[in-house]
Write a protein that binds this ligand. Structure first.
Ligand SMILES: Cc1ncc(COP(=O)(O)O)c(C=O)c1O
Length: 486
């Protein structure tokens, strides 16, 4: 058979917006992650959304919302001109190879050099570190775990922390201790252990119990993102570094969410006194447009895994591709030129103060607010306060955050759920959000709180028919879904 298969959708039809929102949702339900899209559709956040400005999106009805979602991967919002103009120029002028797997590349050379120089400015011990590029955060972690294992052969254990999130491929998943993500995939990579986050004594005693010479690495987020924005106690990261250095254990700082300005610093680990052996980056490095991940590794560790004829021991097809590297380079340059970590600190402090004001006014809605830079979290009181058995309690927590997300959306703010902290909703706006958009966003969060002065209003403000559909969805086994209201 030749020619296009029946029903093939032409690129031009998508470019010229000939697919309606309903068609898009229907196709996704048929051929994509149906259950996820159906669930999001029930609470009216499934989109598709279109860009109005880098910081505002609109739905099919033309309702505009300020975007504080994006899971920390959109440092300049949607399709920022600083990147799209550069990409246009790149496509016109670039003559370097697109996927230079077997040769050097000016784009990759520039980005690896700049990343090392940026890191070494905070941590001089990294002046001769080397970089391995990939296309996602989880892949950057997989690389880091392999570097650590090759460096310490004969060791058995890798340690991460409770509520950690390092990704969902098998290696990183093994260090993401969330039963919902892990259980069906057991057995996981052997030797992955969990220690309480922020508790240095517990880590020291775990390492002692295992035998330090048996521990390969400790993987740590300097502030936990998906875990609900957990900031460790002062001294934890510095102590972790000292402890691991004493025993030669490799320290991997997962800066995929925190790095490059989100928490107000270039590298949150360095700001907290840690000098890790390996640093992973992803999300903002691609400017919200291209998938770019990086594993930055001390030279000796890098060479041990990728030395001599073993230099192909770890590789991929797309890491280091010219377009990805060019966008990464321009993103990094723009972050530096406009000093966005400083802006993140300044806006973040104002945002946190506004959240604290809301918590003081509405303690029956907000149990806690937390944050640093533009990684901000609202933890809600559970909608149902009765003592409940474990599984039901978890369900109530999850439903609380889901309905809060829906109400925030209705108030004109798009937020993130926290994948490993069920009652928490995160705000991760663009680091360059203009002041007036930022202020409007918090006015809307205030309006959301005023409409839901206690968390039980999240439930009473939900139409009963929708509550019934959500309950049915939560209790149901997967089956083919019909489109929701979008
Ligand atoms: C700290 C951290 N590590 C790793 C990842 C995984 O990144 P990706 O989703 O690009 O695989 C994430 C994603 O949220 C993250 O926050």
């Amino acid at each position: 058979m030749t020619g296009l298969p029946q029903g093939f959708i032409r690129s031009r039809d998508v470019l010229e917006e000939r697919l309606s929102g309903a068609q898009v949702r229907q196709l996704e339900l048929q051929h994509g992650n149906e259950e996820l899209l159906y669930g999001l559709g029930l609470i009216g956040v499934a989109g598709p959304f279109s860009r109005v400005t880098p910081w505002e999106l609109e739905d099919e009805q033309g309702v505009r919302r300020i975007n504080a979602s994006g899971y920390s991967a959109t440092p300049f919002g949607e399709m920022p001109p600083v990147l799209t103009e550069f990409m246009r120029e790149f496509l016109e002028k670039n003559r370097a190879m697109g996927l230079p797997q077997q040769s050097s590349s000016p784009w990759r050379a520039a980005l690896e050099t700049n990343l090392v120089r940026l890191l070494a400015r905070d941590l001089p011990s990294h002046a001769d570190s080397q970089v391995f590029f990939c296309s996602s955060g989880t892949e950057a972690i997989e690389g880091a775990l392999k570097f650590a294992r090759a460096w310490r052969p004969g060791t058995k254990y890798s340690i991460s922390f409770n509520s950690a999130y390092h990704g969902k491929t098998l290696g990183s998943l093994s260090l993401t201790p969330n039963p919902e993500y892990q259980d069906v995939f057991r057995p996981l990579v052997p030797g992955a252990l969990t220690s309480p986050y922020g508790d240095l004594d517990a880590l020291a005693s775990l390492i002692r119990r295992l035998g330090p010479s048996k521990v390969t690495c400790v993987v740590v987020e300097p502030i936990q993102g998906e875990g609900g924005v957990n900031i460790p106690p002062a001294g934890f990261l510095r102590g972790l570094g000292d402890l691991c250095r004493r025993h030669g254990i490799v320290v991997i700082a997962d800066e995929i969410q925190t790095g490059l300005g989100r928490t107000g610093h270039w590298f949150e680990s360095a700001a907290q006194g840690l000098d890790p052996d390996i640093v992973t980056l992803a999300k903002p490095l691609g400017g919200g447009l291209m998938p770019v991940g990086a594993t930055i590794v001390r030279q000796a560790i890098y060479k041990k895994m990728l030395g001599g004829l073993s230099s192909k021991r770890h590789s991929n097809t797309f890491g280091g591709g010219a377009l990805a590297m060019a966008v990464g380079l321009r993103s990094l340059e723009h972050l530096i030129d406009t000093d966005l970590p400083a802006r993140s600190r300044e806006l973040g402090a104002a945002g946190l103060a506004r959240l604290q004001g809301l918590k003081a006014r509405h303690p029956r809605l907000l149990q806690e607010v937390r944050g640093q830079g533009l990684l901000l979290a609202m933890q809600f009181q559970p909608m149902v306060g009765l003592p409940l058995p474990g599984a039901l309690r978890e369900l109530v927590f999850e439903a609380t955050a889901i309905l809060a997300l829906r109400e925030l959306h209705q108030a004109g703010v798009m937020a993130n759920l926290s994948l490993s902290s069920k009652r928490t909703v995160r705000l991760t706006p663009a680091l360059d959000m203009p002041q007036e958009v930022f202020d409007t966003m918090f006015d809307r969060v205030g309006a959301f709180a005023a409409r839901n002065p206690a968390s039980r209003y999240l439930l009473t403000n939900t139409p009963p028919a929708l509550t019934a559909r959500l309950a049915k969805f939560a209790a149901s086994k997967p089956k083919k879904r019909t489109p929701s209201d979008g």
